[in-house]
Design a protein around this ligand. Structure first.
Ligand SMILES: [Zn+2]
Length: 199
């Protein structure tokens, strides 16, 4: 396989890029060899050398502990538990929760042989034991695996004096009831709020 074919093959394995968009990306890079391609090459090698996994929360950063763990403006009493770093980034974009994180690295799955030890759950429990943690927000995905994992963690945290919460499910902002799937509508009805309590 020649250099060009090899590059296209590697590119086509990236998430969101099929063979066609891989070819277009490679072509774009080669046409902009001295600008985009050079910048990308530098950025990739720097990331490969310097990005590490935070030893405390599991986030990705150029330092460990990461910038979030070291940020003194955050609430150190709240830990938001997510499946993946991408979920952490999504929650960060909202800027609603200014606490700490814990990245599990996946979900419990008997089928794939993924148990609590593969998921950094013991380390989460340890953080709750060691630190002055008041709330653990379980922000796992609304999938069967995500919910099973959240339930398992909630059970494990029961002996400790910590409030365990989870994300509310329901109607997307701007959403119309008629377009919702039954599962979402069911969850929204189940988690309905009193208007008197809502602020
Ligand atoms: Zn961290």
């Amino acid at each position: 396989m020649n250099t060009l074919e090899h590059l296209m093959q590697v590119m086509s394995k990236l998430p969101g890029l099929g063979p066609r968009s891989a070819r277009r990306t490679v072509l774009h890079l080669l046409k902009n060899r001295e600008t985009t391609m050079r910048d990308l090459t530098t950025a990739l090698s720097e990331a490969m050398l310097h990005v590490k996994t935070c030893s405390t929360c599991g986030a990705l950063d150029s330092q460990s502990p990461c910038g979030i763990c070291l940020d003194s403006t955050r609430d150190p009493h709240v830990i938001c538990v997510v499946e993946d770093v991408a979920d952490l980034w999504a929650i960060e974009r909202c800027q609603t929760l200014r606490g700490l994180y814990h990245v599990l690295g996946g979900t419990l799955s008997a089928m794939d042989g993924i148990g609590p030890d593969q998921l950094h759950i013991p380390r989460l429990i340890q953080r709750v034991v060691d630190g002055d943690i008041r709330e653990v927000v379980l922000a796992t995905n609304a999938t069967l695996e995500g919910q099973t994992t959240a339930h398992y963690i909630a059970e494990k945290l029961k002996p400790y004096a910590v409030t365990v919460t989870r994300l509310a499910y329901g109607i997307p902002v701007g959403g119309e009831l008629d377009y919702l799937d039954d599962g979402t509508l069911h969850a929204a009805l189940h988690a309905r709020l009193s208007l008197q309590d809502a602020s």
